[in-house]
Design a protein around this ligand. Structure first.
Ligand code: R5P
Length: 291
């Protein structure tokens, strides 16, 4: 087995390699002056099971192209199999035609990855798990919710409740509540597909005077979290702990979240970020070893 640390995920790949006791292979990587990526494998890959660790967080297009180059290069060097560890899988939000004639981006991206000779993708909390069954390439989707929850458990919050927004909110909050031993609830959301603005609805849960944990699979613009925090404050929450698997954090979303009244942000290291107090390297490493 050969482990390749893609330029998007060098630190995470190093952590995985330490756990697996498998040094990443030497890879020559440079950027041409016009912004194109150059790679050269510094050793033979013939007959090897190759694991490429490369997230597709922003800049997504560049990271996807780099993943394709690395996979196709490994294929051309006669690798036996190619596994892409893509902790954050981009483009999963455009998982259907919301409007007539739109490009269903995630389907296109998965076809591109398939035609780059990737045999399987290992990812974490994919945004649209319902695309897995129609994907042309095998996707194995891990859940980092228990890891985040275990970390939050140590914070010793008082009379706490865990809430999660969106379509997958019930599943995430329920998983977390089992680890935390707490009540849980869902934050209903409604997004305007043209403006991207989101409205949140918190009903049927009592948060007054309680420590509230809001867990989400990802924070992108921070819009969902900011609206949730403002509503929770209005409802009398005592403290708010924000947790996410993927801290995409565009346009200083984290600052907006703190300004809205969050007490802390907890994230994983699926994307390099300053709130990454929870590492997903362990679950990725043990999954890599599974056939
Ligand atoms: C929605 O389904 C997700 O769980 C997140 O709530 C959403 O993607 C977050 O996006 P943003 O930070 O831009 O509101």
């Amino acid at each position: 087995m050969k482990l390749i640390a893609g330029p998007a995920s060098i630190d995470l790949a190093r952590k995985i390699s330490t756990i697996l006791n498998l040094k990443p292979i030497e890879l020559e990587h440079k950027m041409f002056p016009d912004g194109e990526s150059y790679f050269r494998y510094c050793e033979q890959l013939s007959g090897e099971d190759v694991i490429i660790v490369q997230g597709t967080h922003p800049p997504q297009d560049k990271h996807i192209v780099q993943l394709c180059l690395l996979a196709m290069g490994a294929h051309d060097l006669n690798a036996k199999s190619i596994t892409a560890v893509v902790p954050y899988l981009a483009y999963a939000k455009q998982d259907k035609m919301f409007k007539e004639w739109e490009v269903v981006s995630i389907d296109a991206i998965l076809k591109i990855l398939k035609s780059s000779y990737i045999d399987r993708i290992i990812t974490v909390n994919i945004h649209s798990p319902w695309v897995i069954s129609r994907s042309p390439v095998r996707i194995e989707n891990l859940d980092a919710t228990p890891l985040l929850s275990n970390y939050i458990k140590e914070l010793m919050l008082k009379d706490a409740i865990v809430l999660s927004p969106g379509k997958k909110g019930d599943e995430m909050a329920s998983t977390a509540s089992k680890v935390l031993g707490l009540d849980y609830g869902v934050i209903k959301t409604k997004r305007d597909i043209s403006t991207g603005n989101v409205e949140v609805y918190i009903e049927g849960v009592d948060v007054k005077g309680r420590d509230v944990i809001v867990l989400d699979d990802m924070i992108s613009t921070g819009g969902t979290m900011v609206k949730s925090i403002l509503k929770l404050k209005e409802l009398g929450a005592r403290s708010i702990t924000v947790g996410c698997v993927h801290a995409v954090m565009v346009d200083e979303a984290d600052k907006k979240i703190i300004s809205a009244g969050a007490d802390r942000i907890v994230a994983t290291d699926s994307i390099p970020n300053k709130y990454a107090s929870v590492s997903i390297a362990g679950i990725l490493a043990s999954h890599i070893l599974k056939a």
